[in-house]
Design a protein around this ligand. Structure first.
Ligand code: ADP
Length: 370
């Protein structure tokens, strides 16, 4: 039984008054427990009362006039609710029992065959199971919260020293500590690049910890999407040049305005364009297209890179999910960029999708509703 002494509130949904009398009588016979029984007899009233959620458990008759109890269970999406639902069926209705179980009922009782003892046992066990399940969910949520806090704390602590390393290496490379011989310069450049990668992973961790904790809010302004893409391509030009990769932008002649969070959208698109470069060989081409329909703006990033195997497609947008390919070890990463991208595009009510062919290339598309 539940861990409090309040009476257990039961709602019976049954169009037959005699059945209600039977259940009421049986419940009063149960020793040592107190039940309060409420009764509704029609489908619509039941749907209304149950959605208010004032009861600890529900007994639902399979026959409800022109409707069935199963319709009611389906409409109420009982799997998503905390209280147990118990269906009352006629004898031998195995098919109904099975369908009721598929919809998420806690138990079933065959009308005319149960006494006070069986009814109270079914109710007690159903309530106890729900109680334990709630405890388990609370426990898992607590673990998850501690994990998010740990990631957030650890990343904050890592970012400060990594940033200091970056600044000092940059100063030495900039000649502040005297002339740097060629060999040392090469080594320092490698240290600088690794440190950049480390910092970008730490930043990814911080962003994801914030989004998972529900701390990310969009700050929307009117954004010129074409301008945003042009700026990010300009900023990533050095990297493309260093890899002898070409970038082509196909865009409409006029600016495309959209209400969006510019900074976060920029991070999403930066990641898609960066991935297109890093998962492609030197000398290949990356094509970005910005287009618009009446209802949406679409941005696609196409590359001629390593591509993605069909079996790996559903892993891409998951957290910490790095997918192996012949370049993934060399280029490094956190497996968080596309997870972040999906969360941010979802917050914009948009969609992100991908089409790809191994060894031929990939096209990532972002669709943002106007
Ligand atoms: P990261 O690049 O840090 O691993 P992402 O979340 O950005 O993380 O990408 C997840 C995985 O998706 C990558 O590990 C890579 O295997 C794959 N991927 C992403 N973009 C591309 C692309 N343009 N071409 C091929 N594979 C890609």
């Amino acid at each position: 039984m539940q861990q409090h002494r309040k009476p257990t509130r039961i709602l019976l949904v049954d169009d037959d008054e005699d059945d209600c009398l039977i259940v009421r009588t049986l419940l009063t016979k149960v020793q040592g427990s107190s039940f309060v029984l409420d009764w509704v007899k029609n489908y619509n009233e039941a749907a209304r009362v149950i959605s208010l959620g004032g009861h600890d458990a529900y007994l639902i008759d399979y026959r409800l006039g022109a409707h069935s109890g199963l319709e009611l269970l389906a409409e109420l999406r009982i799997q998503e609710r905390n209280e147990p639902f118990i269906i009352l069926t006629g004898a031998g209705d195995r098919d109904i029992e099975q369908r009721a179980m598929d919809l998420g009922v806690a138990d079933y009782l065959v009308k005319g065959t149960f006494d006070a003892e069986l009814l109270s046992r079914v109710l007690r066990y159903a309530l106890q199971r729900k109680f334990l399940e709630e405890q388990r969910v609370r426990h898992l949520m607590e673990i998850n919260r501690s994990k998010d806090e740990f990631i957030s704390l650890a990343s904050h602590q890592l970012r400060t020293p990594a940033t200091v390393v970056k600044q000092y290496v940059a100063m030495v490379l900039g000649g502040y500590a005297g002339e740097v011989p060629e060999l040392q310069r090469d080594m320092l450049n490698k240290a600088y690049e690794s440190n950049e990668l480390q910092l970008s992973i730490v930043n990814d961790l911080l962003h994801v910890a914030a989004i998972d904790a529900g701390r990310v809010r969009l700050q929307k302004t009117a954004v010129n999407i074409v301008g945003l893409v042009e700026r990010l391509l300009e900023d990533q030009k050095t990297k493309f040049d260093a890899r002898q990769q070409t970038v082509k932008l196909h865009k409409p002649n006029k600016p495309l305005q959209l209400d969006a969070d510019e900074l976060k959208l920029r991070m999403v698109l930066d990641n898609l364009v960066d991935n297109a470069s890093k998962y492609s060989d030197p000398g290949s081409a990356v094509t970005i297209r910005v287009s618009s329909t009446k209802k949406a703006i679409r941005i696609t990033v196409n590359d001629q890179g390593v591509g993605i195997k069909p079996g790996d497609m559903d892993k891409l947008f998951q957290k910490f999910s790095r997918v192996d390919n012949r370049l993934s070890t060399e280029v490094g990463g956190s497996g968080l960029g596309l997870y972040w991208a999906k969360q941010i595009i979802d917050l914009h009510d948009g969609q992100i999708s991908v089409e790809s062919k191994p060894s031929a290339g990939s096209t990532f598309s972002v669709m943002l509703p106007k």
